[in-house]
Design a protein around this ligand. Structure first.
Ligand SMILES: Cc1cc2nc3c(=O)[nH]c(=O)nc-3n(C[C@H](O)[C@H](O)[C@H](O)COP(=O)(O)OP(=O)(O)OC[C@H]3O[C@@H](n4cnc5c(N)ncnc54)[C@H](O)[C@@H]3O)c2cc1C
Length: 483
């Protein structure tokens, strides 16, 4: 390809310079490169049908930090990130027309809304003789390297692993560009970074005291990557500690950076292999690869099943009759007012930080679906709003799996919350952290609260009108089903 023209690089969920195929292809193909990021008006500052912000405050903050970091890192190589708020395809079209670029390079997305946007852009660019050039970079595996077409990817994750791990290699990640970009000879306003207030989050205060890790951006993501793999204790205990509820090092916490593409999964894999060479491979390092592949598998399932992946009956097409759209019950769950301390503590952590351990996610999801009998899609929609690490296929895939309508039918979907609480929070420390009203209750009583008399509950300072003190008519109710 002759190097004559300008190229736009449309940054999407790939907010990084390292291992960014779209960026490298643009640099390789064109003389001048114009990097662009659009805060799309369909995702920011708008509410979902359920009344939650489409992109909640934690993720918005993380994204603002990530885009600011990208801008800073691009400046180091003489790049100027153009930042806009609006409708992506209109904005990119206008910039392409003004800059008379030849192509818009981007990493391809596979989920419905993202596909609509990229298709619209492609059609509009054709009208001015320009084209979209797609690259790939979200996953550990390249679709092209799979030994089967997407339609034949096994529904069972273990089968998928069996049929791929031995035969499919993980490609080497690409280095970040080191040479300076050519000076732009077209004048384009770089645009101001929007603020939290621009998206309706004035006075937003995030409690990062529980999880201070999540600063957005490639720089913070790479720092975390190196910190984590320099902690042999953390890596070696990953398999066991991953089920913990609190702490910096019980799991990698890579998810938010992975979701926005501040970290490449291949770069994580490469670091992990270096770690294995330096120290040892173990069940823990294998488990980490397993989880990164699980992420890929959800993506393949979304591609294989399209819209069904998000439907109530899921890819199974099966409906459970007793799910309801009971908004009253659903909102109690959202607000951490179910009366079950473990569930309520987790919902408070989620609300305040945007993050939850995998164990806590499974517990609150199981409780909503199996104990409250609420439609799993409501839970998935709330997570979509609130999660700092929301990833469309990981979220909807895990939720549908918990609801038993995902690609894999498993028997262990029902979690007995009391048993889980006693196992993973035996001293009630997690609950006390997120529900300070429990501070005076002896830890061992917290998860047995439904067995205490109202008088005893009140004696520990809990609000007689709150969710933990059973009203007269509720006495004797089993709040937590016992099997
Ligand atoms: C109901 C529910 C909703 C979820 N929603 C999301 C979501 O929106 N975004 C998201 O990234 N993860 C989601 N997960 C998966 C998992 O809980 C998180 O990836 C994990 O807790 C993030 O913490 P970590 O990075 O420390 O994970 P680690 O245990 O350190 O795992 C490393 C990486 O592997 C991937 N991974 C791990 N477990 C899973 C899994 N079950 N499915 C897919 N990928 C996985 C993630 O990218 C993660 O960052 C969800 C799980 C449940 C049960």
């Amino acid at each position: 390809m002759s190097k004559k023209r300008r190229a736009i690089v449309w940054f999407r969920q790939d907010l990084r310079l390292h291992d960014n195929v779209a960026l490298l292809e643009a640099i390789h193909s064109a003389i001048e490169v114009i990097p662009v990021y659009v805060f799309d008006e369909r995702y920011f500052g708008v509410d979902t049908e359920l009344g939650f912000p489409k992109t909640g405050p934690h993720r918005t903050k993380f994204l603002l930090e990530s885009v600011a970091d990208l801008r800073k890192n691009l400046r180091r190589i003489n790049g100027q990130l153009i930042v806009r708020v609006g409708k992506t395809e209109d904005i990119l079209f206008d910039i392409a027309e003004q800059a008379k670029s030849g192509w818009v390079f981007c990493n391809r997305e596979r989920t419905p809304m993202e596909v609509t946007i990229q298709d619209d852009l492609e059609q509009r660019l054709w009208s001015i003789g320009q084209e979209v050039r797609f690259s790939r970079g979200k996953m550990l595996y390249h679709t092209a390297d799979l030994p089967f077409p997407i339609q034949h990817v096994p529904d069972s994750f273990s089968q998928f692993r069996k049929e791929t791990e031995r035969y499919v290699g993980v490609r080497e990640p690409m280095e970040a560009p080191s040479n300076s970009l050519a000076q732009l000879t077209v004048d384009i306003d770089p645009g101001e970074m929007p603020s939290m207030a621009d998206f309706g989050f004035e006075g937003y205060h995030t409690d990062r005291s529980g999880n201070p890790l999540f600063e957005g951006g490639e720089t913070a993501g790479l720092n975390r990557l190196h910190t984590y793999f320099n902690h042999p204790d953390a890596v070696d205990s990953y398999r066991e500690s991953r089920s913990d509820l609190s702490g910096d090092l019980y799991s990698t916490k890579f998810s938010a950076w992975l979701a926005q593409g501040c970290l490449s999964p291949k770069t994580i894999y490469q670091e992990l292999k270096k770690y294995e060479e330096r120290y040892r491979d173990s069940k823990s390092t294998q488990e980490l690869v397993y989880n990164l592949l699980l992420r890929d598998h959800h993506r393949f399932m979304a591609k294989k099943y399209g819209e069904h992946f998000f439907e109530e009956g899921g890819v199974q097409g099966s409906y459970q009759n007793d799910w309801s759209d009971d908004y009253h019950t659903f909102h109690k769950w959202v607000n951490g007012e179910t009366g079950v301390p473990l569930v309520d503590a987790a919902m408070m952590e989620l609300y305040q930080t945007g993050y939850l351990s995998n164990r806590a996610r499974q517990n609150v999801a199981s409780y909503l679906i199996n104990d409250l009998h609420v439609n799993w899609q409501l839970g998935a929609s709330y997570f979509e709003s609130i999660l700092i690490d929301y990833d469309v296929t990981s979220n909807w895939g895990n939720w549908s799996q918990m609801a038993g309508v995902g690609s894999e039918v498993r028997d262990d979907r029902y979690l007995n919350i009391e048993a889980q609480a006693l196992r993973y929070d035996p001293h009630g420390e997690y609950v006390k952290k997120w529900l300070p009203q429990f501070k005076d209750m002896p830890g061992e009583k917290i998860h047995q609260i439904h067995r205490l008399s109202p008088e005893e509950v009140i004696s520990y300072g809990l609000d007689p009108n709150g969710p933990y003190v059973p009203r007269e008519r509720e006495r004797g109710d089993q709040r937590v089903p016992s099997s």
